[in-house]
Design a protein around this ligand. Structure first.
Ligand SMILES: Nc1ncnc2c1ncn2[C@@H]1O[C@H](COP(=O)(O)OP(=O)(O)O)[C@@H](O)[C@H]1O
Ligand SMILES: [Mg+2]
Length: 371
């Protein structure tokens, strides 16, 4: 469909009204109708990048704030600029959620309406926040994030009142409400608060969720789903356990962050295999660090140093690749560990930048192998 005069009028009208939600919606529509793929892509990038120029517009004033401290209770976050990689099963849940949101009216007319609420569970760095951003972007809606832990923090005034004002604000905006750190509610029990207050906070969240209109899209994130109150849990019919990424997902994350734009054969399978137990955020950090080294050193990526950083990170602490590559003292252990992970000696030699006989010597246990 070509761009119409109405689209352009709508765009200018929305821009002058500082209604960025509408600017993005019309902008996306125009991007979809452009024949020139390059221009369409630039337009989409622009819409994403310039996601939050709210402060200048005075629009931010209307975001709810804590009565006492005037700190904002909700923040609008820009749509993500990097892709999210999901297992097939999780991808399918997200797709069906998006489909149900897009067809909410149709489903309601057939008496099949459901709460449009999805709970994202998983350890830190597994892409919960990122996925929330993608859901918002896919729906063309702004992403309003509430960090429940900070709303409950002692810095702020009346917690229950704050939670109410958050839920009062959202439905009017056709937004995606993202409630991050949901387990903060459950933790109220432990510290300063008494049991009575815990109940009040939980009830306020439940009332808030129940007060939203049918088409409100709510995403919740938690690192500890088992701590959530069952009544809250039940209010999220869609659930995704992001967990740590599986082998295929790890390969996709490595490909994107480490080898984007690189050509030739890449040791993707080895990286995917050895990085079991790492989160997407760990992989991203290690990969980007290696890319920075390569960019500043003018050379190519030292995949051996990356693998070594991965092996170290699996022992607990995030370790970034060394600029110097795998130290001579570590090469034997490197070879033994990769051999233990069924990596072929030729591949180990390539990663270390040594000859195959040298690797053979490492594996035989010779301490004095020649480099
Ligand atoms: N599954 C994934 N796919 C792509 N990138 C990921 C994934 N998981 C983590 N990342 C990377 O790690 C970063 C941090 O993830 P984030 O969404 O903040 O995790 P969480 O909210 O679960 O703690 C993301 O911005 C992204 O760059
Ligand atoms: Mg997060």
């Amino acid at each position: 469909m070509p761009v119409t005069n109405d689209d352009l009028l709508e765009l200018v009208d929305a821009a002058l009204a500082a209604d960025y939600t509408r600017v993005r919606r019309v902008g996306s529509k125009i991007a979809n109708s452009l024949d020139d793929e390059t221009a369409a892509r630039s337009l989409r990038t622009l819409i994403r990048r310039k996601g939050v120029p709210l402060r200048a517009s005075g629009y931010a004033e209307s975001l709810p704030v804590d009565g006492k401290s005037r700190l904002p209770l909700i923040e609008e976050q820009p749509w993500p600029t990097t892709p999210v990689f999901l297992s097939d099963a999780n991808g399918a849940v997200v797709s069906s959620f998006l489909e149900d949101v897009r067809n909410a009216d149709l489903l309601a007319s057939k008496g099949l309406a459901t709460r449009l609420s999805m709970l994202l569970a998983g350890p830190p760095g597994t892409g919960k926040t990122l996925l929330a951003g993608h859901v918002a972007a896919q729906l063309g809606r702004p992403l309003y994030t509430v960090r429940l832990d900070s709303v409950i923090s002692s810095l702020l005034g009346d917690t229950a009142k704050n939670i109410r004002s958050i839920f009062d604000f959202v439905p009017a905006r056709e937004a995606v409400l993202f409630i991050d750190e949901m387990d903060a509610v459950a933790k109220v029990r432990d510290d300063r608060h008494e049991l009575g207050e815990l109940k009040r906070v939980v009830n306020t969240v439940i009332q808030g969720l129940d007060s939203l209109d049918d088409r409100a899209v709510v995403l919740g994130a938690t690192n500890h789903p088992q701590l959530l109150d069952p009544a809250i849990w039940r209010r999220f019919p869609y659930k995704i356990d992001l967990g740590l990424p599986d082998t295929d997902t790890r390969a996709a994350i490595w490909r994107h962050f480490l080898f984007e734009g690189a050509d030739g054969a890449q040791p993707l399978q080895v990286l995917a295999a050895v990085s079991e137990g790492l989160s997407g955020a760990d992989i991203q950090n290690i990969a980007l660090s290696a890319r920075r080294h390569a960019a500043l050193g003018g050379g190519s990526i030292d995949a051996g140093a990356v693998v070594w950083a991965v092996l170290r990170t699996r022992e607990g602490q995030l370790t970034l690749p060394s600029r110097q590559g795998v130290a001579a003292d570590d090469r034997k252990e490197f070879a033994l560990r990769l051999n233990g992970a069924s990596v072929r000696p030729a591949e180990i030699a390539r990663l270390l930048g040594v000859s195959k006989p040298t690797v053979g010597a490492y594996l035989k246990g010779s301490e004095h192998a020649a480099g």
